[in-house]
Design a binder for this molecule. Structure first.
Ligand SMILES: NC(=O)c1ccc[n+]([C@@H]2O[C@H](COP(=O)([O-])OP(=O)(O)OC[C@H]3O[C@@H](n4cnc5c(N)ncnc54)[C@H](OP(=O)(O)O)[C@@H]3O)[C@@H](O)[C@H]2O)c1
Length: 301
């Protein structure tokens, strides 16, 4: 099956249309499928590796086991242009190249769950998380389920049942929400983590409680958050992120077009003083940088 990896978020809509797009998509898919993409490992220095080898060396299970928190070990994976843009025309697809697609896809093969905010799920029209049979096999070999648990964060519950992930009967999706409402019409196997604090107009989602429930009730030990920027800032503000994977694409995009707002990888909050991170590793492929940082802990908001 041809994977629509032209978008950073694989979705069902991107292969339709112009033939050069389809060719580019095919090229990327073929390169990823055969693990042809090579990453130069700069920090710490090591021999070059393919995407699967890189993610296999992340030691996530080990780190999750040594974590003291009553919640999953959380990785944030984001891509940005060199001048800080995290979305171009409302999508992330045009930001990064084949190596980022390989990393994006590889990370999905090493975690128990993948989470995204409803804004991202709507904009990118999320589909089933691991489509390639080879990737599903790799997950099984690692002792994981074939598919990671999909988690979607939404307060409004405004999620159309036609979003490919929700329309897929093979996907298990947890909606993390403060709402008592349920989605109707979805074919995916739906579950809810309802975690609210406050009441009336002050009712808000308790992300910390939701994370604890993911670990305790659903046995999620490692969780990959794929954004977007508003969800990222809420997680970071509550001390719920352990690592940031940042792909820096060798591109400059300048200001957004008229009517489009500027989105960086964090939005909706400022951190004063700024949060501090510590470099764990750096790799390079085709001039794109892959930076892995640990988020230093500090008092929560
Ligand atoms: N460059 C990248 O790597 C990257 C990655 C991901 C996304 N993106 C881009 O980012 C854009 C979408 O990002 P975004 O920041 O607008 O959306 P987002 O963070 O994905 O989602 C925001 C939505 O998630 C729900 N949500 C998040 N935190 C919540 C909380 N604490 N309590 C309750 N609900 C919460 C709400 O959903 P409801 O509205 O349903 O209540 C909120 O409107 C898209 O353009 C996408 O392409 C880029």
């Amino acid at each position: 099956m041809l994977l629509p990896v032209k978008s950073r978020r694989p979705d069902a809509s991107t292969v339709a249309g112009r033939s050069h797009q389809v060719l580019a998509t095919w090229y990327i898919w073929a390169a990823i499928a055969s693990d042809q993409i090579t990453f130069k490992r700069l920090v710490p220095p090591a021999r070059p590796a393919g995407g699967q080898e890189l993610v296999a060396d992340l030691d996530l299970q080990e780190r999750a086991r040594s974590g003291r928190e009553q919640r999953p070990y959380v990785l944030l994976n984001m891509a940005s242009t060199l001048d800080g843009r995290a979305a171009l025309n409302g999508r992330s697809g045009a930001i990064s190249g084949p190596a980022d697609h390989a990393m994006f896809r590889g990370l999905r093969t090493v975690v128990d769950a993948v989470m995204a905010g409803a804004g991202t799920v709507r904009a990118e029209r999320y589909g089933p998380l691991v489509r390639d049979p080879g990737d599903r096999r790799v997950r099984l070999e690692r002792g994981l389920s074939e598919q990671p648990l999909a988690c979607v964060v939404s307060a409004s519950m405004s999620l159309g049942a036609d979003i490919p992930l929700l329309a897929d009967s093979g996907s298990r999706v947890v909606i993390i929400t403060s709402s008592r409402d349920s989605l109707s019409g979805a074919r995916a196997q739906l579950e809810y983590v309802r975690a609210a604090r406050g009441s009336g107009s002050d009712l808000e989602l308790d992300l910390g409680a939701a994370m604890s429930e993911l670990q305790e009730r659903l046995q999620i030990r490692t969780l990959l958050c794929e954004g977007g920027p508003h969800l990222n800032s809420e997680l970071l503000a509550r001390g719920l992120v352990d690592e940031l994977f940042l792909s820096l694409a060798p591109k400059l995009a300048g200001d957004p077009a008229q009517g489009e707002s500027l989105l960086r990888i964090i939005a909706g909050r400022s951190f004063e003083p700024p949060l501090e991170l510590e470099l764990i590793s750096a790799a390079e492929s085709e001039s794109e940088l892959f930076l892995r940082y640990a988020v230093k802990t500090r008092d929560r908001a």
